[in-house]
Design a protein around this ligand. Structure first.
Ligand code: FMN
Length: 188
């Protein structure tokens, strides 16, 4: 039975440097994890991309394919955008899909695929007037924004510790993968 597919989409905030740990957590929960990165995050992880592809068993995608090129990734059953920078939160809310991961998440929202976003934005960035508007817009569209006690709590600038980014809470909030595809077609 194929496993349910989780798209873990990451942008350029320090916790993305532990994408491998997050992938392993997702896999331990039973997901087939596909990793997508913004171009900046992919640049930060340039030396690790081959290892991440080996770990996930999929290409790590950070750019749109060319028209006519095949899409080799399985479709998502759920999307977790984490860590999400101020730029990526706002881009997703405003539908600015220059980056492939934002475009994929935006389309997933429209398709009704469950999408969760865990920001990584210090208190100064969350104070930007667009941030709150973006969170409201995303929640209004059915996106789960994983902010608050027990989830992501912004720290003051320079005081956040990437090692405490709540990956386990982010993945745990998704619940267990639902039944493998096709199982619901089996008549008992
Ligand atoms: C070391 C470092 C850490 C950063 N951490 C954050 C962060 O935690 N949150 C954030 O919103 N931006 C952070 N930034 C800025 C983003 O990387 C920058 O806005 C980038 O353009 C985001 O692009 P992306 O959303 O396409 O990945 C950081 C930049 C650097 C160099």
């Amino acid at each position: 039975m194929p496993k349910r597919v989780l798209y873990l989409l990451g942008s350029a905030a320090a916790p993305v440097l532990d994408a491998a740990g997050a992938v392993r957590l997702g896999q331990a929960s039973g997901w087939d994890v596909v990793l997508g990165l913004t171009p900046t995050a992919a640049d930060w992880l340039a030396d690790d991309l081959a290892g991440l592809e080996e770990l996930t068993g999929h290409p790590v995608k950070s750019r749109y394919r060319r028209p006519g090129d095949p899409d080799v990734l399985p479709p998502a059953d759920a999307v977790l955008f984490a860590p999400a920078t101020l730029n990526s939160v706002n881009s997703l809310a405003l539908g600015i899909t220059t980056s492939w991961v934002v475009g994929y998440a935006a389309e997933a929202v429209g398709k009704g695929i469950p999408v969760s976003v865990m920001p990584c934005t210090n208190t100064a960035l969350t104070a930007h007037p667009q941030f709150g508007r973006s969170v409201d817009t995303l929640r209004g569209a059915g996106v789960r924004v994983l902010l608050g006690p027990g989830l992501y709590v912004p720290a003051a600038p320079g005081e956040g510790d990437p090692a405490t980014y709540p990956w386990a809470a982010a993945l745990g909030s998704l619940g267990p993968p639902q039944r493998p595809r096709g199982e619901d077609l089996i008549h008992k």
